[in-house]
Ligand binder design. Structure first.
Ligand SMILES: NC(=O)c1ccc[n+]([C@@H]2O[C@H](COP(=O)([O-])OP(=O)(O)OC[C@H]3O[C@@H](n4cnc5c(N)ncnc54)[C@H](O)[C@@H]3O)[C@@H](O)[C@H]2O)c1
Length: 251
């Protein structure tokens, strides 16, 4: 029995990598999937692949830095399929900048995409879920970069830390409406954020001795939006091959 039968899911940044894998997996589990991305060609390719495999999907072109586009997207998805059950706040960009290199504008853009967009999407989606009367599930995507400092990516590391506590507050504020909110924490999955190509030489340090793949994250997201995780709320699930369990410098 498909686990998301008749449900409707929004996945942001679903044009490639982790979001793409989640869109395909959720569709294979019976959900109608809104493939939300800024890049029309990427979104179209994912939507076409899902449709060709017999699933239900539609592209929604949206710049998540724009609140009016977020509101329109949520409204259009609910109109298209008559309900909204699931939101995955997957979209992100990184800055890869040092404190002394980053401009205010670059900082603001990373925060707009990585932290403000998940808040706004959650706000509009939760209202739609509440109107539907069936509750819902939201999964945010943080990063091990939200737990540790890095020599680069000053804005990304700060924004991803914000995503973790945003998850907790959302979980508390939306619990009365039967909306469960959780967060996944990836480390070095597929391509680096913002890059097309998978780099097989990318150095990884974890307990599985392999780089993560987008499907690893998609499976964890599926768990968090399915009834199998009914008693799990406001938490973060590390999907990092055990990387965060390793004490730096330990022997
Ligand atoms: N890839 C990793 O190694 C890794 C590690 C830790 C955390 N993560 C997190 O996982 C999530 C997905 O990462 P990924 O590597 O698959 O990302 P990616 O860069 O491969 O894909 C992101 C997608 O978001 C879209 N996008 C970018 N800006 C947008 C905007 N303003 N509006 C709408 N769409 C926009 C892009 O077109 C792209 O299709 C992110 O939250 C990221 O921080 C990834």
């Amino acid at each position: 029995m498909p686990r998301l039968l008749n449900q409707v899911a929004i996945i942001t940044g679903a044009g490639r990598n982790i979001g793409e894998a989640a869109a395909k997996l959720f569709a294979a589990e019976g959900a109608a999937v809104a493939v939300v991305d800024l890049d029309r060609a990427r979104a179209g390719k994912v939507t076409a692949a899902i449709t060709a495999a017999g699933g239900r999907a539609k592209s929604f072109i949206c710049d998540v830095t724009q609140e009016d586009q977020i509101a329109d997207t949520v409204k259009s998805v609910a109109q298209e399929w008559g309900r909204l059950d699931i939101l995955v706040n997957n979209v992100a960009i990184s800055d890869n900048k040092h404190l002394f290199d980053i401009t205010r504008q670059e900082w603001d853009r990373v925060f707009a995409v990585c932290l403000t967009a998940p808040m706004l999407f959650s706000k509009y989606a939760a209202k739609e879920m509440i109107a539907g009367g069936r509750g819902g599930k939201i999964v945010n995507v943080s990063s091990t970069s939200g737990h540790y400092g890095r020599p680069r990516a000053i804005a990304y590391t700060a924004a991803k830390a914000g995503v973790i506590n945003l998850t907790r507050s959302l979980a508390i504020q939306l619990a009365p409406h039967n909306i469960r909110v959780n967060c996944v924490v990836p480390n070095k999955i597929g391509s680096p954020v913002g890059k097309d190509e998978f780099n097989p030489g990318r150095k990884v340090l974890n307990l599985r001795n392999r780089p993560g793949e987008p499907i690893d994250l998609a499976r964890a997201m599926l768990f968090l939006v399915s009834d199998d995780s009914d008693f799990i709320a406001g938490t973060e699930l590390f999907v990092d091959g055990g990387c965060a369990a390793i004490m730096p410098g330990s022997d």
